[in-house]
Design a protein around this ligand. Structure first.
Ligand code: SAM
Length: 138
């Protein structure tokens, strides 16, 4: 079961009591640094709390954002869909497509996920791709 609670003023999403993701100033700053230059047709994998999705949709150079999420409960917990956004209920590993830019964030724990992240990136034809495991914290 998905739940969202507040911890020290920040939203935290959990699944059956296990951490999924959070919305903190550090995460927001990270998203801004990594995807601030995104443009055109964008894909993001992993909706979570939708922080990255909202940020991407607010970028003037972004035309559209496809967001892939495999958990229906996570999709239902999300609020009003921003303009430009489409939600796709699917497993990111089952999809392929061509995008200008991709942001992959399907991991709650990034430790040792570099190879997996590279394989996910390879599924999508995009000149600009970012995955949290390779870049988070740098
Ligand atoms: C770390 S959260 C994403 C946080 C999100 N970037 C945000 O801004 O809040 C990871 C999300 O990826 C989803 N997910 C995990 N594996 C997936 C897969 N194979 N395909 C699609 N979504 C997946 C999880 O259900 C979860 O909602």
């Amino acid at each position: 079961m998905i739940s969202i609670r507040e911890v020290n003023g920040n939203r935290v999403m959990e699944r059956d009591g296990q951490f999924v993701c959070c919305d903190t100033p550090v995460m927001r700053a990270y998203f801004e640094r990594q995807v601030g230059e995104f443009h055109g047709r964008v894909l993001t994998t992993g909706l979570g709390l939708g922080v990255a999705l909202s940020f991407l949709c607010a970028l003037p150079a972004v035309e559209s954002v496809d967001c892939v999420e495999q958990d229906l409960e996570v999709l239902c917990a999300y609020g009003e869909l921003p303009e430009k956004a489409s939600l796709i209920l699917a497993d990111a590993w089952e999809l392929q497509g061509e995008y200008d830019c991709c942001f992959h964030d399907i991991w709650s724990d990034y430790e040792g996920k570099e190879a997996e992240a590279s394989r996910l990136e390879a599924r999508f034809g995009a000149p600009l791709q970012v995955s949290l495991p390779k870049t988070f914290g740098r």
